[in-house]
Design a protein around this ligand. Sequence first.
Ligand code: NAD
Ligand code: K
Ligand code: MN
Length: 358
Amino acid sequence: MRTYKIAAIPGDGIGTEVVSAGIEVLNALAMRDGNFEFSFDHFDWGGELYKKTGRMMPEDGRDQIRDHDAILFGSAGHPEIPDHITLWGLRLNICQPFDQYANVRPTRILPGIKSPLRGVTEKELDWVIIRENSEGEYAGVGGRVHQGSPLEAATDVAMFTRPGVERIIRFGFKLAQSRPAKHLTVVTKSNAQRHAMVMWDEIAAEVAKEFPGVTWDKMLVDAMTVRMVMQPESLDTIVATNLHADILSDLAAALAGSLGIAPTANLNPERNFPSMFEPIHGSAFDITGKGVANPIGTFWTAVMMCEHLGENDAANRLMKAVERVTADERFHTPDLGGKARTADVTAAVIDAIQGENA
Ligand code: NAD
Ligand code: K
Ligand code: MN
């Protein structure tokens, strides 16, 4: 029996609701498979811990999870604490030191779910967005002076390193190569941002030479939003900076039906540190505690975690179970226009996992 040690960090808001649903589903999946099991360690890091201790996670937090096979994360964000404190204190405090530099966000239209784009089909919207996850606009470099004076000034410096850009673009080409369309779109704002973004374009052209079988093109991020809406079928694999891809992937999730269905893998491809898996969405204060959070994003995230662990049969089984459930409108939560509750969707996915042909 293979045992995978998973660090579960639900965080705050609906993070706790969707992660506990995810754990139920993963345990059912392992039981159905019979060849492996999950051993979950639970970490109550987040806003409540911050209110007690002034820290979102303990000082030795990363040492506590360093040897786990993977991390299952919910959301960092608490209504009583400024967002930059919760984000930097927890999510970025894990992603960046663990060098999870490749943030992978697949988007497609699942069966039964309607895109807000008129007439768009499953074949026409099937993307993977790769977000640079270690530097750029979220490098944390900058400062603020003369606070409280009319001369107050502040900077957030987007810092890009050649190795950082090269590795994410190479990751993008490799991933594009593994997909049927074999096409990569490199997104920048290299007309206005004439230093780092021009370096991105140059590095893309260099790395492209290593991948003769992959076609590629360049887009400016503003025009990219238009192309995603008007010509979704022209896109396949997309690589962009930390900030740009953060924004584009929320748009992508909405175009595929809801922010509640979209998954993320924060990968350390070299496997020097554990990788972290989370739904794209945040704490969703407006629906916290109501039992209506859509858990599909977390289940799809769990699929990505199983793939990362090498449990491909289980990953396929879970994805099929998710698709069987989304195809049935009775299991649509309010974000998809339905009346189902988190628990209904979770039970339906577990049923589908246990089903005869699953
Ligand atoms: P959000 O993703 O929490 O919510 C945006 C909207 O989408 C809300 O209307 C919400 O109800 C809806 N939504 C999100 N997930 C849903 C789900 N699973 N089911 C149904 N509806 C869902 O974004 P926000 O409101 O900008 O942020 C709230 C808090 O979460 C902030 O503190 C923010 O910093 C934090 N946040 C954290 C992460 C993360 O940890 N990775 C990501 C995004 C936001
Ligand atoms: K999240
Ligand atoms: Mn985001």
